[in-house]
Design a protein around this ligand. Structure first.
Ligand SMILES: C[S@@+](CC[C@H](N)C(=O)[O-])C[C@H]1O[C@@H](n2cnc3c(N)ncnc32)[C@H](O)[C@@H]1O
Ligand SMILES: [Zn+2]
Length: 353
């Protein structure tokens, strides 16, 4: 943990300031110590360089297992591709100039594949994760000057109000027990004139449900068993490439067809293990953006990749906090009138130019 994180960290329980107690350091990193709330006296440990506001992964423990076994597979710096950089841009539309010098939240950072890209583009990125995936992220990118990694829950984040210029959450919110509530929480970390981007699963077409039946079994199996079974995706890939036979197999038993064998194994494990895996339609996510005070909501390519810019703070009004520097009148009338009645949910803006 870096001391500079103290400027945005607060107690998740009562939102008061924290006091840091350092037991050991490595360079600028605080490796062991604690954060104590000045108001409610709750003490949060700093262990292995990471401040811990939650103790275990709870419902998301499959991800802790996943990212510690496949720690480096999806990191551009390890696999020599630009796949994560491309996916981040396709989901957010943000480029280097958008990230430079901005404070950016990665909600559900996993092993840190996107946080690495943001840091490389000059953003100061704060990655949070509920599980010990945060230790995988810390091993990957924790030593970078502009990276902060924190074990915390999206539903109880340890941040000052509207702390972030930009926030994104890629492949995360649909794995929480209440995606809409999680969306609201992340949206509320964004300051006025900031922006928020998400990647969510969709439920258009039969393909969207192809893993549902098998998941009813695999989500109840021990993780080690699914880990061992999903390695079968590595050789099966070649069978799935056979014309006519491949598409039938894909319908019966979907596996990842990523050309990198480790990635294929990871993705297949990732599809079959999470406890929650909700799916959405574009209009409902569009409404979530609007109800949280976002305008200029843009839709990128599938699954569901959308972003919006914040013009007022809906949650502050809902909870009676009356943030008068962020008011609804800021919304351009044409944006406020936007509706999606009758829209069938097709993407409006392709992500690739
Ligand atoms: C499919 S992974 C995606 C990780 C990363 N965004 C990526 O795309 O590589 C979902 C991540 O969300 C995290 N997660 C799930 N629920 C969370 C919560 N309530 N708070 C913080 N992180 C959460 C999981 O632990 C997991 O690492
Ligand atoms: Zn407190």
């Amino acid at each position: 943990m870096k001391s500079s994180a103290m400027r945005f960290l607060v107690c998740p329980a009562c939102k008061s300031d924290l006091e840091v107690d350092v037991c050991s350091r490595r360079g600028q990193e605080i490796i062991e110590g604690s954060l104590t709330c000045a108001a409610c006296s709750v003490k949060y440990p700093i262990l292995g360089g990471v401040p811990r506001f939650v103790s275990a992964g709870s419902y998301a423990s499959s991800f802790g297992f996943e990212w510690n076994r496949f720690r480096t597979v999806q990191l551009d710096s390890f696999n020599g591709t630009k796949e994560s950089e491309r996916m981040l841009e396709e989901t957010t539309g943000w480029k280097e100039e958008d990230f430079k010098g901005r404070l950016v939240l990665d909600a559900g950072v996993g092993a840190g594949r996107f946080a690495e890209v943001v840091a490389g583009k000059g953003g100061e990125v704060v990655g949070i994760d509920l599980t010990d995936a945060i230790d995988a992220a810390y091993a990957n990118i924790g030593d970078r000057d502009n990276v902060h990694l924190i074990q915390a829950d999206i539903f109880a984040m340890p941040f000052r109000k509207h702390a972030f210029d930009l926030a994104y959450s890629i492949g995360v919110l649909h794995h929480t027990p209440d995606t809409r509530a999680a969306f609201d929480r992340v949206a509320d970390t964004v300051k006025k004139d900031g922006a928020f981007a998400v990647y969510l699963y969709h439920r258009y077409g039969p393909d969207a449900h192809s893993t549902d039946i098998i998941r009813t079994l695999t989500t109840h199996l021990p993780l080690r068993i699914v880990f061992a079974l999903s390695v079968l995706a590595v050789p099966l890939y070649y069978l799935y490439k056979i014309p006519f036979l491949g598409p039938v197999l894909e319908m019966l038993l979907p596996i990842s067809l990523h050309p990198n064998w480790r990635w294929r194994w990871l993705d297949t494990f990732d599809w079959y293990t999470p406890k929650y895996q909700w799916k959405f339609l574009y209009p409902e996510v569009f409404r979530w953006f609007r109800e949280n005070g976002f305008v200029d909501v843009e839709v990128f390519d599938e699954p569901i990749r959308m972003r919006g810019s914040r013009r007022f703070n809906h949650l502050a009004d809902r909870y009676g906090e009356r943030d008068r520097d962020v008011v609804q009148e800021d919304i351009a009338p044409e944006a406020a009138d936007t509706g999606l009645g009758g829209w069938n949910g097709s993407p409006l803006t392709p992500a690739r130019a």
